[in-house]
Design a protein around this ligand. Sequence first.
Ligand code: UFG
Length: 342
Amino acid sequence: MNVMVTGGAGYIGSHAVQRLLRDGNTVLCVDNLYRGHAEAMAALEPEAGGRLTFAEADTGDREKMKSLLKEHQIDTVMHFAALAYVGESVTEPLVYYRNNAASALSLIQACDAVGVQRFVFSSTCATYGEPSEEFIPIPETCPQNPINPYGRSKLHVEHMLFDYAHACQLKGKPFGFAALRYFNVSGSDRTGVIGEDHTPETHLIPVVLQAALGIRDSITIFGTDYATPDGTCVRDYIHVEDLIDAHACVMGDLKPGDTRTYNLGIGKGYSVREIIDSCKRVTGKDFEIKEGQRRPGDPPSLYANPAKILGGLGWKASITDLDENIASAWNWFKNHPEGYGS
Ligand code: UFG
């Protein structure tokens, strides 16, 4: 297939580019390099064999997207490009609506203009907000009530895709999409050439591994008084290669008229303390742990019910062992303590 990967120079997008190349697809990576890394593309070039093209462009530039889609005869778009800091979305909501919602609209309009038939959208469990007890573990039928602009910006895109796909059905125009709602993505690729490099880094596993490396003096647990088994927040950590495997699986099955949603998680939650303990085991390092206040907007427990994608496509995560997941992240961080700049 000829696949456009937006945000392909970012953490998750670069793993998608790598996997699509390995599967023999022709890949056009589009990234504005605002938070992506040109180095990720350079690292992937050896396995590209001429099938990878990089375009530095913004998905909000509709005319540019149109010409790229046309020129590269794209049949499938995987849309990862987005801003993804919940806290930042609260202080800069308009930036999030511009980058995540309005840019996606421009991209979908460009797809409409040239007749792209398949669209795989990077959505998030943040669209669920704070689910009530009866919806934990979270199924796709859980009501979507996001509690921050990040979650809302992603939900807007889901709505656009539903409405557009419906209109396509009415007009007999072939178009199908899948919105994949990610839980907490972690780990890095087996060969260790690409990995997670965010500035600033706020995600739990990278932050703890930076403490193990001595880059940070300590790690602070945000809240120890939650109604969870050990008082700290519980999350579902899916390995990035498993996440992308699900994308490949969905892409191969997507047909015109499809309006699919799947939760992508392992179906099991780990607490912040369990993550820290695993990082200590895997790295063999000790570091200071502080107990701090709750971080505003953090729901106590979020983990997926992954039954729908298992039942529908036979897909499930292969890495459910926490130490295996952390070891994979450590493989990247210990060799790239300063990220791609190392
Ligand atoms: N945490 C700490 N200390 C830290 C960093 C994080 O205790 O230094 C805790 C958080 O409070 C949270 C858990 O670790 O309870 C995980 O936090 P992350 O920041 O790693 O991830 P989030 O669950 O907040 O966010 C992730 C994605 C978002 C997505 C969200 C959906 O990064 O993009 O899940 O809930 F929107």
